[in-house]
Design a protein around this ligand. Structure first.
Ligand SMILES: NC(=O)c1ccc[n+]([C@@H]2O[C@H](COP(=O)([O-])OP(=O)(O)OC[C@H]3O[C@@H](n4cnc5c(N)ncnc54)[C@H](O)[C@@H]3O)[C@@H](O)[C@H]2O)c1
Length: 269
């Protein structure tokens, strides 16, 4: 994309959601403009903000929210497992609309909220980096693989700068044993997204969105250059969580994706 990309005007899709709301606060004042869009109400615009209610299914609406944007942070979609009927329009068609509208509008960078469920069927005894072949654990996971693939296409074919964040478990604190491995704190999430927005030059990469957890299963060493230095560690909550004595079922416990793997699991051997 050429060096010294400068992000002035940022669009966040899905800005009314859990992660979007945290980014809205955490990135406030960092850029000339934060344009926030969602199908849900976003409340009044603050200083340096614009709010636009828009549906990703509506290509015209996506075209208009891209005007003068340098970088899109694409969060909108269904964040959990669901039927094909719901996943396809929101996470596949909607995602394609966002990338296509960005390309047509001349947006230079897209930061895409992918998920660990793109690789959920790796065994937990395997520490993996972002070069592994995808192993989605759900229809949701397949939709995230699609998002990573369209990102790669738009980078290679049209020269967009694209980052894909395989987010673990975004929570204010880890809530179960698996999240001791997969947790990403709000503070680390803001830091990671900010690094992906402001880095002066990259083509395409995948990074795991995970805090500095002792039990982390994901290796980000190939993206050291990004400057993502997570500060939180789920282990701080481990005693509380272990004291509850809850056990994951055997399939969930075997794989990175946890209960997304065990849902509908019907392999007999
Ligand atoms: N929260 C996590 O732990 C986690 C983990 C991995 C990946 N992610 C991904 O991060 C993103 C944000 O997750 P979240 O937890 O904030 O989810 P969320 O459900 O709180 O937010 C998603 C937002 O997208 C909006 N949206 C849905 N369909 C839309 C449409 N057709 N048009 C416009 N807006 C639409 C929703 O209204 C919602 O506000 C999602 O893409 C999710 O898959 C989240």
């Amino acid at each position: 994309m050429g060096e010294n990309f400068v992000a002035r005007n940022i669009l966040i899709t899905g800005a009314a959601g859990e992660i979007g709301s945290v980014l809205r606060k955490g990135l406030a004042g960092r850029f000339d403009l934060l344009r926030l869009t969602d199908i849900k109400p976003l409340g009044p615009a603050g200083i340096g903000e614009e709010v636009c209610e828009a549906d990703m299914q509506d290509q015209g609406a996506m075209a208009s929210v891209m005007k003068d944007i340098d970088c899109v942070v694409h969060l909108a979609g269904i964040p959990l497992e669901d039927s094909w009927e719901n996943i396809l329009p929101a996470n596949v068609i909607g995602c394609a609309h966002v990338f296509e509208a960005a390309r047509i509008a001349g947006v230079r960078r897209v930061v895409f909220a992918s998920s660990n469920h793109a690789i959920g069927f790796y065994h937990r005894d395997q520490r993996i980096d972002a070069n592994v072949v995808t192993r989605p654990d759900s229809r949701y996971g397949v939709s995230k693989v699609f998002g990573e693939a369209i990102g790669r296409l738009y980078a290679d074919k049209y020269g967009l700068s694209v980052s894909c964040l395989r987010i673990g478990s975004f929570r204010s604190r880890p809530e179960d044993r698996r999240q001791l491995m997969t947790w990403i704190s709000p503070r680390d999430t803001v830091h990671l997204v900010e690094r992906c927005i402001v880095h002066p030059d990259y083509h395409y990469f995948i990074v795991y969105g995970v805090s500095n957890n002792d039990q982390n299963m994901w290796d980000n060493s190939e993206v050291e250059w990004l400057g993502y230095r997570p500060r939180d560690n789920a282990e701080k909550f481990a005693l509380d969580i272990m004291a509850r004595g809850e056990e994951e079922d055997p399939v969930a416990k075997a794989y990175h994706g946890g209960s997304f793997c065990s849902a509908e699991f019907s392999v007999t051997s």
